[in-house]
Structures are given as structure tokens and as C-alpha cells.
Design a protein around this ligand. Structure first.
Ligand SMILES: Cc1ncc(COP(=O)(O)O)c(C=O)c1O
Length: 420
């Protein structure tokens, strides 16, 4: 059996990639978890990962697009003049990168991405600072995450630093599309797909990494607007040992129906829960994980009377958000000295309900590249509304506001910081 399976996988495509860890068992105690290293064949092969940024060829458009007035920008609807792409084959590795006019892809109907979802992506932004210089925010994090996602679905990995060099050249070429007003930016969408023409289910023998960019306005053009969430208890986004921590297109399509259902009941987005036994109490709980495109933070006064900012841990079921990491880092640096406890830990909805009922709920907010932070007013859970601590006439709590100010300051270059 093993040998017949091996013959199904073309020799050239038997390669492996960055390793990632997942747990075989999630509940019970952390100590009981066994960790496996999941490696795609050959992605660790330096020859196949190498990207030659100096071989970039640029073909400029002959019909530059008009610039959409800033106030008319709709997220992800208008794109810049060009795209950047690199092709990969299992025999030759990454081929010379190209910047070309933005154009359709031509794919055979049998291309594996269209059948088996060999696709991973990233979302990042370039910001124009007050001197007109363009800044990327922690692009190394996006490249690392994209490599992990790609390796998980047997797509090739790549030299992230070389791709950042290429991104810089691409963004420089598209600079005129980046609005200079505060709050505006260029949303950058790197995407990697399996391009082999085959209906056979196996690792793609060819792939393409391409990058497109879209100018975007502020998420809240007229100031913060707190959102309402519906906690989903009839569907699960991710599970232990699954791929919830990878940024795969296949993770997003199944989330839309619950999101639409939440919308029909008047909620902006849904909140994903994970039902599991709490090892400390032996009781089943609905653990809070994340929102459709955001990680979630809750600030409460805990039962010891200490202010605590908490978010779900990176246990393989949630996306390792770049903004999540940035909020945690800034909170540890700047809120801990003010007496805060910062926790990456599992917390159930019950804890939020109790905090709200006992007057210990301070605020709840989401974190993500699109909005940076997104304040939450209420969460609907088991037919009741959990009030997240915002006074009726306010749209954002002090911690979310502080985080937004700190992050904006770094992203737009008011504060010099290694993350620029
Ligand atoms: C499922 C999910 N969680 C969290 C995030 C936030 O991640 P980041 O902070 O890197 O934008 C995103 C955004 O892409 C997401 O899609």
C-alpha cells in the first residue's frame, strides 16, 4: 500500500517544507499533548526555496489607470496598474520574478488549485508617512506565516527576505496609488497557488506566487463604530490538528454562511467558539477563539481584582495575527507597568458573561490588518446579549483606542520603531 501510494506522487514533487507543529489531543491537560512535526517534502531544500530578486523583470503598463478619489475607495475593488508574479516548478524551483501589467491569469480548467484548493494568501499594508515615504508593517511576519501556510498544503516555500525585496520594488512602482491621508493605505495581497494541470490528488509539481495591491481607505471613515457579534454555537471554524492556524482560502468560504446568518439577525460578524472540557473544572465550556478576520481581545477585572487583557492562545485553531502579536507586545511593554496582566489563555464565554454580570467587564475588541482594532459593543450568546462594557454613547474603549494610537503611530512613522 505504502509503495503504491508513493508511486502516485511524482518523484519531482516529493518535496517538503517548513515544519509546523500541531497537537494530537487538545483538551485534558496541556502536558498530555503530543506534538508532531508536519513537514512537506523538500521545502527545506534551499535550491527550491531560493528566489533571485535581482532577476526581476519589469514590463510597465502602457495604459495607466486613473486614481480613484480617496473618498470613493471600496475595500478590495480597485487595483493598481501592475502585479508581481513568480512561478515555481519542482525541478527548477523559483523562476525569475516578473512585474507585469495587472492582468487575468490563464489556467487550464484542470489546474489543481481549482479542484483541491491549493491556495494560501496574506494580507498586509503599505502606509505613506508624513514625509511621503512608504512603510511596510512587519512584512517578515506575513512572509513567515505564508511559508507556514504553504508548507501545510504541500505548496513550495520561499525565501521571505527576497520576496520582501520584490514587494518593495513592486510597491515603489505603485506608489502613486497610495493615498497620503492618514488612515489610508495600500492593501497588499500575496497569493500562492498550485498550478499543475492534473486531477490527481497529490502535491502540486508547479506553483505560482503572485501579488496584487488595492488602495484602501480607513475601515471606519467617520470614526470608530463598535460592532456587535453573534457567538456561533452550531458550526465550528477550526479544530485541534486542523488547519485553522493557516491562512488558506479554504478556511474562509465555509465561514460565510454562519456570517450571513448572524447578519440576518442584525449582527455585524460572528464569533467562533470551540466547545471543550475545561480540565480544571471537568465541565464543558464554549471557549472563545476568534472572529471571521480578526483575533479577539477581552479586558476584564479578573476575580483577583487585577485588570487583565486576554486573548486565545496559539493552539493551532486560530490565526497567528500580526496585529494580535503587536497588541500583545505593546501591552506587555506598556500596560504591564500600569498594573495590567496580559494573558494568552483559553477563556470561555461563561467568563465573559460573569464579568459582564458582575460589573467587571472593561472592553472587548478585535485585532487585524483591515481595521487594526475593532471595538465590540455586544456579543449574542445563547439567546442573550453580553454587554462588552462600552457606555451607550461611546464607540471605543480606552485600551482599544490606546492600541490604535500606538499602532497608527508606528505604521505611519510618527514613532520610529523596528516594526516599520
Ligand atoms: C481568521 C483571521 N484571524 C485573524 C486575523 C488577523 O490577522 P492579522 O492581524 O495578521 O491581520 C485575520 C486577518 O487576516 C484572519 O483572517
Amino acid at each position: 500500500m505504502a509503495s503504491s501510494l508513493r508511486t502516485l506522487i511524482p518523484r519531482s514533487a516529493r518535496r517538503a517544507g517548513g515544519s509546523l507543529l500541531f497537537t494530537s489531543r487538545w483538551s485534558a491537560s496541556q502536558n498530555q499533548r503530543r506534538q508532531y512535526s508536519l513537514q512537506a517534502p523538500d521545502a527545506a531544500d534551499p535550491r527550491l526555496r531560493a528566489v533571485d530578486a535581482s532577476a526581476l523583470s519589469i514590463t510597465k503598463t502602457t495604459s495607466p489607470k486613473p486614481i480613484t478619489p480617496s473618498e470613493e475607495l471600496i475595500f478590495g475593488r480597485s487595483f493598481t496598474d501592475h502585479m508581481m508574479s513568480l512561478e515555481w516548478t519542482a525541478t527548477d524551483g523559483w523562476l525569475p520574478p516578473r512585474i507585469t501589467p495587472y492582468q487575468n491569469l490563464s489556467l487550464d480548467p484542470a489546474t489543481c488549485v481549482l479542484h483541491y484548493a491549493f491556495e494560501a494568501f496574506e494580507g498586509m499594508k503599505a502606509y505613506k508617512d508624513r514625509n511621503g515615504d512608504v512603510r511596510l508593517f512587519r512584512p517578515d511576519k506575513n512572509m513567515a506565516r505564508m511559508n507556514k501556510s504553504a508548507a501545510r498544503i504541500a505548496l513550495p516555500t520561499f525565501d521571505g527576505e527576497a520576496v520582501i525585496e520584490l514587494l518593495k520594488k513592486f510597491i515603489k512602482l505603485e506608489e502613486r496609488f497610495i493615498p497620503s491621508q492618514r488612515g489610508y493605505s495600500l492593501y497588499i495581497r500575496p497569493n500562492i497557488i498550485g498550478t499543475q494541470r492534473t486531477l490527481g490528488v497529490g502535491p502540486p509539481g508547479s506553483a505560482m506566487l503572485y501579488v496584487i495591491a488595492s488602495p484602501v481607505g480607513p475601515y471606519y471613515p467617520t470614526g470608530f463604530k463598535a460592532v456587535s457579534l453573534e457567538a456561533t454555537d452550531y458550526a465550528v471554524r477550526a479544530w485541534p490538528g486542523g488547519v485553522g492556524a493557516s491562512k488558506l482560502g479554504a478556511n474562509y468560504a465555509p465561514c460565510i454562511v454562519p456570517q450571513m446568518q448572524a447578519a440576518t439577525r442584525g449582527f455585524h460578524q460572528n464569533l467562533w467558539l470551540f466547545k471543550d472540557i475545561d480540565p480544571e473544572t471537568g465541565k464543558e465550556e464554549d471557549f472563545v477563539t476568534e472572529v471571521g478576520t480578526m483575533n479577539l481581545f477581552a479586558a476584564i477585572v479578573n476575580k483577583d481584582g487585577q485588570k487583565e487583557l486576554m486573548t486565545a492562545p496559539l493552539d493551532g485553531t486560530i490565526l497567528e495575527g500580526v496585529v494580535r502579536d503587536s497588541v500583545l507586545t505593546l501591552a506587555r511593554e506598556r500596560l504591564v507597568p500600569q498594573g495590567w496582566k496580559i494573558s494568552e489563555r483559553r477563556f470561555p464565554m461563561r467568563e465573559l458573561v460573569e464579568a459582564a454580570n458582575e460589573g467587571r467587564m472593561l472592553e472587548v475588541f478585535g485585532s487585524g490588518t483591515a481595521a487594526t482594532v475593532s471595538p465590540v459593543r455586544v456579543i449574542s450568546y445563547q439567546g442573550k446579549l453580553v454587554n462588552c462594557g462600552l457606555p451607550d454613547n461611546e464607540e471605543v474603549g480606552p485600551i482599544a483606542l490606546q492600541m490604535k494610537d500606538w499602532l497608527d503611530g508606528i505604521q505611519y512613522g510618527d514613532e520610529e520603531h523596528p516594526w516599520r
